[in-house]
Design a protein around this ligand. Structure first.
Ligand code: HEC
Length: 108
C-alpha cells in the first residue's frame, strides 16, 4: 500500500514536469510565430530595421533588451510595435535560441 503511494507521487511529479516542459515549448513556439509575424516584417536583410535573428544577441543581451523594453535606440517602446502580452513569448524564443544558447537558431 505504501509502495503504491510512493509510486503515485512519482507519477504525479513526472506528469507535472512534462506538463511544465510542454507549456514552455508551446509559448516558445508562439514567440517564434509572433517574431516572424511582426518583427520580421522590418527585420530581414535590406528591410527598414536590418536583419535581426535570435543570433543577433546573447541570452544576457536579449534579457536586458526586453527588460529595458525600448526599441529603435530608445525612440519608442517595444509595446509600440507588438502587443504587450506577446513580448514574454517573443523574449523566450529569442533567449532560448540566442547566439550563446544551447540551440542557436538563425531562423526567424
Ligand atoms: C515597423 C518596423 C519594425 C518592427 C515591426 C520592428 N522593428 Fe526593430 N527596428 C526597426 C528599425 C527601423 C530599427 C532601427 C534600425 C537602426 O537604427 O539601425 C529597429 C531596431 C531594432 C533593434 C536594434 C536595437 C535597437 O532597438 O535600436 C532590435 C534588436 C530590434 N529592432 C528588434 C525588434 C523586435 C524584437 C521586434 C518585434 C518585437 C521589432 N524589432 C519590430 C523597425 C522595426
Amino acid at each position: 500500500m505504501r509502495r503504491m503511494t510512493v509510486l503515485g507521487a512519482a507519477v504525479t511529479a513526472l506528469t507535472l514536469t512534462v506538463g511544465v516542459a510542454m507549456a514552455a515549448g508551446a509559448s516558445e513556439n508562439k514567440g517564434k510565430f509572433y517574431f516572424k509575424k511582426t518583427c520580421k516584417t522590418c527585420h530581414t536583410k535590406g528591410a527598414a530595421g536590418g536583419e535581426v535573428t535570435p543570433l543577433t544577441k546573447t541570452q544576457e543581451q536579449w534579457t536586458r533588451y526586453f527588460t529595458k523594453g525600448v526599441h529603435k535606440k530608445g525612440a519608442e517602446k517595444l509595446t509600440d510595435v507588438v502587443p504587450a502580452e506577446q513580448l514574454p513569448e517573443i523574449q523566450l524564443f529569442l533567449v532560448n535560441h540566442a547566439a550563446d544558447s544551447p540551440q542557436p537558431e538563425t531562423c526567424g
